[in-house]
Design a protein around this ligand. Structure first.
Ligand code: ADP
Length: 280
């Protein structure tokens, strides 16, 4: 089983022909609301990949809270350890223009209040894998990693948005999941972590661990929207951590590729969809 301690947002994506100037109002073409946030996206992917998955995070006391929790629960994620705080649920306001450029405003809201409770600690201790990102306070990330290490739960970190990491956290990591930019920015950290999994966009992914390096080439797919592909990859990798390195990498790569074929950040495929894709 997998525990994700991380962020959840309500994403609102509006499409307009051109961005408004300051002080100007333009009429948009469409709007879509959906669950986002790296933590929640990765939990959704782990669950749809077939792992029993618990999401530990925080939502506000607004209408957005129910929307994102219903969506996560609908993907089979256990949301019973999500706390409710006064104020707003995390929110990402995305505006896309006719050329596909975007403007994004992210309000952390309740994500800034995530703490690791005693019940969350026991869930982490009971899990096989703890999966972390950096959209919640670093103190909570470190607390969760400590609880995992103490219980022998594998600790995986997707260090996004990238920031410098305290030595204590680095020493608690079993693996990192990084894209090319994160791998460069964290070159010192990457050297010290036993498992390094690098996503290479359309070129697939590479994993280096104690038993050597495995590569999986990119799957040729019709790309619609790569938003969330990295999150789908990370969740699938955590769900399949018990498989041999080449096999879990291939399944994560397929989950990432399939996510790039659909719109939205939360489009991670199920294990059956990945099976069908790999058999085709
Ligand atoms: P991020 O979006 O986090 O920067 P990447 O761009 O490396 O991460 O993409 C993550 C994963 O998603 C890749 O390893 C791959 O599995 C899949 N993916 C992303 N873009 C494509 C693409 N154009 N074609 C096929 N797979 C893709």
């Amino acid at each position: 089983s997998v525990v994700v301690v991380g962020s959840v947002n309500l994403d609102a994506v509006t499409v307009c022909e051109r961005f408004p100037q300051p002080g100007e109002t333009v009429t948009g073409v469409s709007v879509a609301f959906g669950q986002g946030g790296k933590g929640a996206n990765q939990a959704r992917s782990a669950s749809r990949s077939g792992a029993a998955t618990v999401f530990v995070g925080a939502v506000g006391d607004d209408g957005a809270a129910g929307t994102v929790l219903d969506s996560l629960a609908g993907a089979g994620v256990d949301v019973s350890l999500v706390t409710r705080t006064a104020g707003s649920t995390g929110f990402a306001n995305v505006t896309v223009d006719g050329s596909g450029e975007n403007h994004i405003v992210v309000v952390p809201g309740a994500n800034a209040e995530v703490r690791v409770s005693d019940t969350a600690r026991s869930a982490i201790a009971d899990a096989d894998v703890l999966l972390l990102q950096l959209e919640i306070p670093l103190a909570a990330v470190v607390d969760a990693a400590r609880a995992a290490r103490a219980a022998g739960t594998v600790v995986l970190l997707n260090p996004s948005p990238v920031q410098s990491l305290p030595d204590e956290l680095v020493d608690l990591l079993d693996g990192v999941i990084v894209n090319r930019d994160e791998e460069k920015d964290l070159a010192d950290v990457v050297r010290r972590v036993p498992h390094v999994v690098t996503t290479l966009g359309g070129d697939g992914a590479r994993a280096t661990g104690p038993d050597g390096t495995v590569d999986t080439p990119g799957f040729p797919v019709d790309v619609v929207d790569t938003t969330g592909a990295g999150d789908a990859f990370a969740g699938a990798l955590a769900a399949h951590w018990g498989l041999p390195p080449a096999e879990r990498l291939r399944r994560a790569n397929a989950a990432g590729a399939l996510t790039a074929t659909a719109a939205g950040a939360a489009a991670a495929p199920t294990a059956d969809e990945v099976d069908a894709f790999l058999a085709a």
